[in-house]
Design a protein around this ligand. Structure first.
Ligand code: ADP
Ligand code: MG
Length: 800
């Protein structure tokens, strides 16, 4: 009788006993397979005990249940009924984790088909069992090298599995099985695929290993069994037919201790990374396939980015040209009613009828209330709210030592000289008396100017007494603006900045500017140095020159002189009670020409002379079509519940344009979003399919890992880690490809539409897409990974 001695590799076991003892006992084990209506009794009430040290051969015809028994002993396949005792410990109440630990620490498997993981190196294969149980890498390597030495493979350890012969592969499998020094070695037809000579060598090796442990070997070769084994059990129809050396020793005490296995996510990541590395080409293709969705989304994002910019630009441009206008007289579009019943008159009568146009004409009362209401408009909605006053300014400038009467207007006034008629022609200009007005807001208008203009010379205006010259993007400005300022200019003539910046202009009060004649009429005084130097005058200065920043800022202010609305208000407050204003308010004729005037003209004369604080019109420049709608809604709200006469009607010139382009733009946006959505779904399905295929393909590997003691969690982790790597790779690949694609896309778009740089991938979007890709890939792969983990180990190993 052989005697148990401890002379194996490693010292992980510590048997205090001398001689052998009962290692395993199968008690009435049954395992039935149900396929359709038929039942296969693979194990039919098997009872047998094994010594802690012996070489048992199990002989029997194919299909007799040998593999089923071996898998049952090894915990790969759980029996239906009966009990398996390990060193006296019943396994009836074993949890999945207990079985995992048992396989990992106590059992080594050797299969007919070697079951070496082909994408791992030989050393990694041998180390795998220890990797799963978290053995430190140095200890792992030492043990693996010892095991490989034991099976005679020391000189081949640097080869890859596909560079080894069958016999060598089986030696690797043996090394893997004994590396952790298990008490039990289970061999399922280990020589079944080998030639006679190699078979003899392998049998010799197994025989040596059996001196230290229990070896149970399934074979259908009786000669080999007889030559090497200590004990032969003959198997047929799921039952033991004959046992050459039965054992009836019993162990009552429970001697068995389990060491739980664990694998870190880091290990899983390394395993997956190795797997991916060995299949570079295929992984690249896989990553590319699943990146297509990301490419789609990235391109759509890049394009809609550009389109959105373009849309905003177009809208802003349109709106800059067509502001929402509130004038003192407006045409109400809802005043006409198409449903008015036509009542026929008698044939011999004429009916006096108000024309549709007159009916629609509405006088807006721009009351303080209304002005305050407009002032409270959300500043985010509009680029500018301009108040135009038909208030004239009495301006003087010294040109080459001679005092001249000048104006901020940019309309051509050259035909008339400084006189009442000039004033009247200025009044005729609907937008007032020249120059653009910007809102002074809280900071005198500086932030407003900075938003749309960049300073090219001088400084931004500090206060109402500093004005500014607006130039276009080509540094040009309206010739009339310069002429009216007193410059003698020819078309296309150029001026140095310093000829303009710093220029002083004086504003003269009405009382000093106009003199009353004995007739009661008023005329302007001569533009003299004396009048220029009058200490009542307000000194204005051109503080600087600003230039339109972008196309969307064009037309926000007209080219020429611009000043803050505060200046107008200052002038009005000075002139409001002036003699000429008082006179004009009383007179029924023009106080300068003596011509009799109607009520309306009189009102505008008073206004021109600075006698009215009511603006002539309000121009609102919304920044987008959407915001324009909000502005209009805000203005409409004012009219709610008001009498028709008290309502204020605006003109929305951009209305027709906006409803057209706005609809088209939102259609395009929706189409783009739909495409992005489809891409996303496609991407997810693709990823799920790819992971699922990968799971199917690696079924065998899952079986091997389970045989080595991998937990369900570990298997899930290996696949999660793989999809994690794949997700990052495909996300990054997708973003890079999409980014590269923006270049040709932009060239094509430039050729077709003349718009440059439409597609622009925001780097933040890129990062977000990589994260999304990773999350989606891991999610999409997690379900197949869970399925893989649930796979029955025995079934997985049977798959080919
Ligand atoms: P052996 O190893 O002796 O050739 P097995 O243990 O592999 O035999 O199989 C014993 C019997 O159990 C066979 O009839 C086989 O078809 C059946 N069998 C094994 N595994 C399954 C299974 N997963 N489902 C159904 N039948 C099975
Ligand atoms: Mg078999």
């Amino acid at each position: 009788m052989p005697v148990y001695q401890k002379n194996g590799i490693g010292d992980s076991r510590n048997h205090k006993k001398e001689g052998f003892f009962q290692m395993l006992e199968l008690k009435h084990i049954k395992k039935y397979y149900y396929v359709g209506d038929s039942v296969t009794k693979a194990l039919d009430d098997v009872s047998v005990a094994f010594r802690s040290q012996e070489f048992v051969a199990i002989l029997g015809p194919s299909g007799s249940g040998k593999t089923t028994m071996l898998n049952g002993i090894g915990g790969l396949d759980i029996y239906d009924s009966g009990d398996l005792a390990i060193e006296g410990k019943s396994t009836k109440d074993f949890t999945a984790a207990d079985w995992d630990a048992y396989r990992n620490n106590s059992v080594g498997f050797i299969f007919q088909s070697y079951n070496i993981i082909s994408h791992l190196s030989i050393l990694d294969n041998v180390e795998m069992g220890m990797t799963l149980s978290g053995v430190s890498s140095q200890e792992k390597k030492n043990k693996a090298l010892q095991a490989l030495d034991r099976v005679g493979l020391t000189e081949h350890i640097n080869k890859r599995p596909n560079q080894l012969s069958g016999g060598q592969l089986q030696r690797v499998a043996i090394a893997r099985a004994i590396a952790n020094d298990p008490e039990i070695l289970l061999c399922d037809e280990p020589t079944g695929a080998l030639d006679t000579e190699t078979s003899e060598q392998i049998m010799q090796l197994i025989k040596e290993l059996a001196a230290e442990r229990l070896v149970i070997m399934v074979t259908h070769n009786p000669e080999l069994a007889k030559e090497y084994a200590d004990r032969i059990i003959e198997f047929a129809d799921g039952k033991i037919q004959n046992d050459s050396n039965p054992y009836d020793g019993h162990t009552d005490a429970d001697q068995f201790k389990l060491k739980k296995t664990r694998m870190t996510f880091w290990t899983a990541l390394k395993l997956s990374f190795n797997n991916i590395r060995t299949k570079k080409g295929r992984t690249a293709l896989t990553a590319f396939a699943s990146s297509i969705g990301i490419i789609g989304i990235a391109i759509v994002l890049a394009l809609s980015n550009g389109f959105q910019k373009q849309i905003n630009k177009t809208q802003a441009n349109t709106l800059a040209q067509f502001p929402v206008t509130i004038s003192q007289t407006a045409t109400s579009t809802n005043g006409t009613n198409a449903n008015d019943k036509v009542k026929p008159t008698k044939s011999n009568q004429v009916m006096a009828k108000v024309s549709e146009q007159d009916k629609a004409t509405h006088t807006n009362k721009l009351t303080k209330d209304y002005l305050n209401y407009v002032k409270k408009l959300d500043p985010q909605l509009s680029k500018n709210v301009t108040y135009t006053y038909s208030t004239g300014m009495n301006l003087l400038r010294k040109v080459n030592g001679k005092v001249k009467s000048v104006s901020f207007s940019n309309t051509d006034n050259s035909s008339s000289s400084n006189s009442a008629s000039a004033m009247q022609s200025a009044m005729a200009a609907s937008t007032g008396v020249g120059g653009s007005v910007y809102p002074s807001a809280n900071d005198g208008g500086i932030s407003f100017l900075k938003k749309h203009y960049k300073l090219v010379s001088g400084g931004y205006p500090k206060g109402a007494n500093e004005v500014i010259l607006i130039v276009d993007r080509d540094n040009s400005t309206n010739i009339n603006a310069l002429k009216n300022l007193g410059y003698s200019v020819k078309a296309n003539q150029k001026f140095d900045y310093n000829q303009i910046v710093g220029t002083t202009i004086k504003v003269v009060n009405n009382n000093d500017y106009y003199q009353s004649l004995p007739t009661g009429n008023y005329v302007p005084n001569k533009a003299t140095t004396g009048l220029y130097n009058n200490h009542n005058n307000t000194k204005l200065q051109i503080a600087g020159i600003v230039k339109v920043k972008s196309k969307s800022s064009e037309n926000v202010l007209a080219s020429g002189i611009a000043y803050s609305d505060q200046l107008t208000q200052n002038i009005i407050s000075k002139n409001q009670d002036s003699r000429i204003v008082k006179a004009q308010q009383k007179a029924s004729a023009n106080v300068m020409t003596g011509q009799s005037v109607d009520q309306t003209t009189k009102k505008s004369l008073v206004s021109y002379l600075g006698g009215s604080t009511t603006p002539a019109s309000i121009l609102i420049y919304p920044n987008t079509f959407k915001n324009k709608d909000k502005v209009l809604r805000y203005l409409d709200k004012y009219n709610h519940g008001k009498r028709k006469a008290d309502q204020v009607i605006y003109t929305d010139m951009a209305g027709t344009v906006s409803s057209l382009t706005g609809g088209l733009m939102s259609a395009i946006t929706y189409v783009l979003i739909a495409f992005a959505g489809i891409s996303l779904v496609t991407s997810m399905i693709m990823i799920a399919i790819i992971t699922y295929t990968s799971v199917l393909e690696r079924t065998k590997e899952i079986g091997i890992l389970k045989a080595l003691g991998a937990r369900k969690k570990d298997i899930t982790r290996v696949f999660d880690a793989e999809t994690f790597i794949l997700g990052i790779a495909s996300g990054a690949l997708g973003v890079v490809i999409a980014w590269l694609l923006t270049f040709p896309v932009n060239i094509v778009l430039k050729n077709i539409t003349d718009l440059s740089n439409v597609a622009h991938l925001n780097p933040i979007h890129g990062v977000i897409l990589i994260i999304i890709s990773t999350i989606l890939t891991v999610l999409g792969g997690h379900i197949p990974a869970r399925m893989a983990a649930k796979k029955d180990a025995a079934t997985a190993l049977r798959s080919e």
